[in-house]
Each structure stands twice: as C-alpha cells, then as structure tokens.
Ligand binder design. Sequence first.
Ligand SMILES: Nc1ncnc2c1ncn2[C@@H]1O[C@H](COP(=O)(O)OP(=O)(O)OP(=O)(O)O)[C@@H](O)[C@H]1O
Length: 250
Amino acid sequence: MSQTVLEVEGLSKTYENSMHVVHALKNVSFSLKKAEFAVIMGTSGSGKSTLLHILSALDKPTSGTIKLNGQPCHHIFREPEASRYRLKNVGFVFQAYNLLKDLSAEDNIAVPLVLQGEPEASIQARVDEVLRILGLSAFRRHRPVELSGGQQQRVAIGRAIIANPPILLADEPTGNLDYNTSKEILDVFIKMREERQQTILLVTHDPVVAASADRVLFFHDGEIRDEYHCRGKQDLDNILRIFKTITEGR
Ligand SMILES: Nc1ncnc2c1ncn2[C@@H]1O[C@H](COP(=O)(O)OP(=O)(O)OP(=O)(O)O)[C@@H](O)[C@H]1O
C-alpha cells in the first residue's frame, strides 16, 4: 500500500472581525498518498486559497489537524519556524509565476537550495537535472523577461520541486496561459508525478486540468461537497456535471 503523505482532519478556519464572521473552511478532511495528483475545484470564495495558505504555514487553522508524512504541522505558522517548514516541506507554484526578475532561470530554480545552504557543486548538479526534465537547458541563462509565460511557469515548477518537498501545491498554475501552453504545463505536473513520485495538490477552475488528475475534490462554501476519481473516458463530462450540480445547489 502506498504511503500517506498528507492527512487533513476536521480542518476549519473562521475569519472574524467586529463586523463579520466568515467560515472559510468547515470541517475539511482528506488525505493524499505518495505520487497522487489531486485537484481542488470550487466556486469563488469556497475556501481553496485559505486551504493552500494553511497547508503552507502562511495561516493558522481555527481547529483541526494536518499531518505531513505522519508529523503534525498545523501548529506551525509563526516565523521563523514557518519559513523553515515551507523551505523543507512545501513547493508552491503561483498563477503569476513569482520569479525573481533579476535572476536567470537556473538561479531562480536554485533559490531553495541556496537558502538551505547546500554546497555549490551539488546545487549545480541538481539544477542541471531539473532543467533537463523541464526541457529548459537551452534557456538556463535567460531572465524571466526573456522567457515565454509557459517557460516562466516551468522555471517556477523547477524552483518548487528542486528541494524534493513532500508536497507540491499549485494555485491556478495555468490561469495565465493559453490552451496549448496550459496543456504543456499540465504535462509537466504529470511528469513530476510519474518520474519523481511527486505528490501534488492543485487548485483550478479549469475542468480540462481537473480531468488530468487522479482525483478531484469539489469545494463549495468551505466544505468538500463531492469527490471524483478520474478513470479516463467521460471524466470531463462527469466533472462538469458534478460541478454544475454543486454550484446550482441541486
Ligand atoms: N484574511 C481574510 N479575512 C477575512 N475573510 C477572508 C480572509 N481571507 C479569505 N476570507 C474569506 O474566506 C472565504 C474563502 O476565501 P478564499 O480566498 O479561500 O476562497 P477561494 O476559493 O480561494 O476563492 P477564489 O477562487 O475567488 O480565489 C471568502 O468568503 C473570503 O472572503
């Protein structure tokens, strides 16, 4: 049986101020096995970003537990412990790439290893390998401005996985890309899962992206309302049907 990498149990998050109380997450539970590629689809405001923020120790849950490789981590959200935790445990890919504009592709990818104090020779070998896997070897010295959107997102994926984090989180990673480039980036995620046994949790609005995953978790109003295991044929139709049912409240 494959190893459970992430276990989320009874996770809730309430934002409160003097005017409003928002239940952004309500008793959310799920787990991910090693090399599983799961997607979260949900309406705007359904709690997707809140979940990713909590999983990356940027925010604190109101209640519930999170275990990464069996180790409780829901209590980690204060600096500098949270930064150390993120560096070692979480790769994050953003919609807007968030690359350092003055650094080359290879130097952007190397950032987590440099921050971890890895020796230079080992950094070079690992960056070379990741550039090769991502098909970016010819662009290694290019700065972000000299790369296409798809190439920038590849660099961002390289940076996210270079330190071998147990979990790769992605928030709308294809949101800024056209159809063909989105497809290429999706293939990169699939390759990361297959060749590096990378566990992936990706948020998307795109049912085509969702249909490429192993499993889709449907969020609505802070809850997981349904779950779908992709099988191949009919996945896109089934995903669209479930999403429509949930959002239309039927
Ligand atoms: N810091 C905050 N303070 C108060 N309310 C917040 C805060 N962050 C998020 N919320 C609220 O929590 C709910 C969930 O927000 P969240 O950003 O997680 O949704 P989302 O599913 O990522 O939405 P979108 O797809 O539009 O990005 C929303 O009602 C939002 O207004």
